[in-house]
Design a protein around this ligand. Structure first.
Ligand code: PGA
Length: 254
């Protein structure tokens, strides 16, 4: 039986500026849990305010960035690099979210470059994968998982970081922000498939240590059933992470 180490991660996307972030963390009251970690990914501009408030209140919450550029410096207008994030104390980063892939032309190649760069700089990475509604309907979900993870699972830096500094979030695109949550059976089926890909690449003992998070319309009403699945190690939550009440309710279900 796998020993689960739960991660509850909130992705604020383009919500909550610095003062809203400060207000949010001021309203959060949570007790630490031995088997679980809480993390929030605020927008870049709210990272410092989030870090400061969490530190002042001594909250057991990690703060991470939603993206980073794979180069450390240079002519990349509008981008943010690893060293800049580290300068303000960020050690966590989300990479390859479907909105980055969909609206900002991120590909499996750029996702790989970002992941390698982040790992080489010492960041812990949560890598996102997920199929579209069309892909699910045409029965190619497993193939999409295989394709999106192929470069990662054949790269030595990524392989050695898996389970340590590299974890994975499965987010079916059709379930993100739609209210259409995957059923626990659907989610578990894909998580088990991703776990089998990991076993093939890095072997069972190490594959077991990789956190596989489910994301897509997670709420306090459905989280417990998802968490009960053997291969689901937590949630990556958008909408329900935006209000302290629903966020704390999710934490209290772990
Ligand atoms: P959602 O977003 O919980 O609002 O569906 C999840 C995500 O995109 O990370």
């Amino acid at each position: 039986m796998r020993q689960k180490s739960i991660l509850l991660a909130g992705n604020w996307k383009m919500n909550h500026g610095p003062s809203a972030a400060e207000g949010y963390f001021s309203a959060i009251e949570i007790a630490p849990k031995a088997n679980a970690q809480m993390r929030i990914y605020p927008p870049f501009l709210s990272l410092s305010a989030s870090l400061n408030t969490v530190e002042q209140k001594k909250l057991p919450i990690q703060i991470g960035a939603q993206n980073l550029h794979f180069e450390k410096t240079g002519a990349f207008t509008g981008e943010v690099s690893g060293p800049m994030l580290q300068e303000i104390g960020i050690t966590q980063v989300l990479i390859g979210h479907s909105e980055r892939r969909q609206y900002f032309a991120e590909t499996d190649e750029t996702v790989l470059k970002k992941t390698i760069s982040a790992l080489n700089q010492g960041f812990e990475v949560l890598l996102c994968v997920g199929e579209t509604l069309e892909e699910r309907k045409s029965g190619t979900t497993n193939l999409v998982m295989e394709t999106q993870l192929k470069l990662i699972l054949s790269d030595e830096i990524c392989k050695s970081a898996l389970g340590l500094k590299l974890h994975i979030a499965y987010e079916p695109v059709w379930a993100i922000g739609t209210g259409l949550v995957a059923t626990p059976e659907q989610a578990e089926e894909t998580h088990a498939y991703i776990r089998s890909l990991l076993v093939n690449s890095i072997g069972a003992p190490k594959a077991d240590t990789v956190r596989l998070l489910y994301g897509g319309s997670v709420t306090p009403a459905n989280f417990k059933d998802l968490l009960a699945c053997p291969n689901i190690d937590g949630g990556l939550v958008g909408g329900a992470s935006l209000k302290p009440e629903s966020w704390m309710a999710l934490w209290n279900l772990i």
